[in-house]
Design a protein. Structure first.
Length: 320
């Protein structure tokens, strides 16, 4: 090997070793900003995850513990006690667009689709590049797993406000399955609701990876590690940007009652080796966790098969 190339390779290995050595297990602080509602279609749940030095973490969508005991899924919307009926929320701004659907990638394993909706609550038009192909203006990026009899959606992300929804592949008796809770990751700010302002999305399909650039100069890499009936798993690495606070994610969901909720309980471990603790959502104010799962043990009449969402494997330091 040429001496300069050898020196470069050794330097790269040294950097990786140093980066790995500087990473350490960490705990996230979870704070509950949920407000009460009687509307089952309103995201009234906000659970902030914060940690000033957290640079890596894992997000998983997991089937609810009761899933094997139910045969029928309840997926119909319920606008009872809501002040809107299937349309935009009355307090949201409304921007109009030309509706379109574009297949951005169609391979043996994955199909990636970009959707522009006729209206959306934010005007941002974020560039999206998939395996070198660039487009812009999508409100939804959908990921379909193609290994079964038909493509099944396992992930959707929203470029204009930075939201993600993930779910495991559904058991055959549940058809396409349903989403429940959503989450936003990155330099979260308030703009009517928690959002992350993204300026560029680059998607590579071998391996499947999302790379995000944020308006404050920060970056995130989101690796899709697993999509199966058991779970959908994302590994996230973050580089902070300018004026970035300790909050790195927000779990958003719906809660009316224990049997009418997309999540109703919080399970967590204070340290990786600690015994798990459980608390009903209304009883949660603030906690520190090395691992936390937002889900349900009581079957809900709303989105019954929707997954629990787990955050864990938090690492602090300069891990990239």
């Amino acid at each position: 090997m040429h001496r300069s190339l050898l020196a470069t390779a050794l330097l790269g290995l040294a950097f990786i070793a140093c980066a790995g050595a500087s990473a350490a297990p960490a705990r996230a602080t979870i704070e509950n900003e949920t407000h009460a509602t009687r509307c089952a279609e309103e995201d009234n749940v906000s659970l902030n995850l914060a940690g000033a030095d957290i640079r890596r973490f894992r997000v998983e969508a997991l089937p609810p513990a009761y899933l094997a005991s139910i045969d029928k899924d309840s997926t119909a919307p319920d606008f009872t006690n809501c002040n809107f009926d299937g349309g935009a929320h009355p307090t949201d701004p409304r921007f109009t667009f030309k509706e379109r659907r574009v297949v951005l990638h169609d391979g043996a394993r994955w199909q990636i689709v970009g959707m522009t909706l006729p209206s959306f609550w934010r005007p941002q038009r974020v560039p999206v590049r998939v395996d070198g192909r660039q487009d812009r203006g999508f409100h939804m990026i959908q990921l379909f797993d193609k290994r079964g009899a038909k493509p099944l959606e396992a992930l959707v992300m929203y470029p204009s406000d930075g939201y993600w929804r993930i779910k495991p592949l559904p058991a055959p008796r549940f058809g396409d399955g349903v989403y429940g809770s959503s989450f936003v990751m990155g330099p979260v700010e308030q703009a009517g609701r928690p959002v992350a302002s993204i300026t560029l999305i680059v998607i590579d399909t071998r391996p499947l990876r999302f790379r995000l650039k944020f308006a404050n100069g920060g970056e995130a890499t989101v690796d899709v590690r697993e999509v199966s009936e058991a779970r959908t798993t994302l590994d996230v690495r973050m580089k902070p940007g300018r004026k970035q606070g300790p909050r790195f994610a927000v779990l958003r969901s719906m809660y009316v009652a224990a049997d009418n909720a997309d999540m109703s309980e919080v399970w967590w471990k204070a340290t990786p080796d600690a015994s798990p603790q459980t608390r009903a959502l209304p009883e949660v104010t603030r906690l520190d966790a090395a691992d936390v799962r937002f889900g349900r043990s009581t079957p809900s009449r709303h989105n019954t098969s929707a997954p629990d969402i787990r955050f864990g494997d938090f690492q602090s330091g300069t891990a990239r």
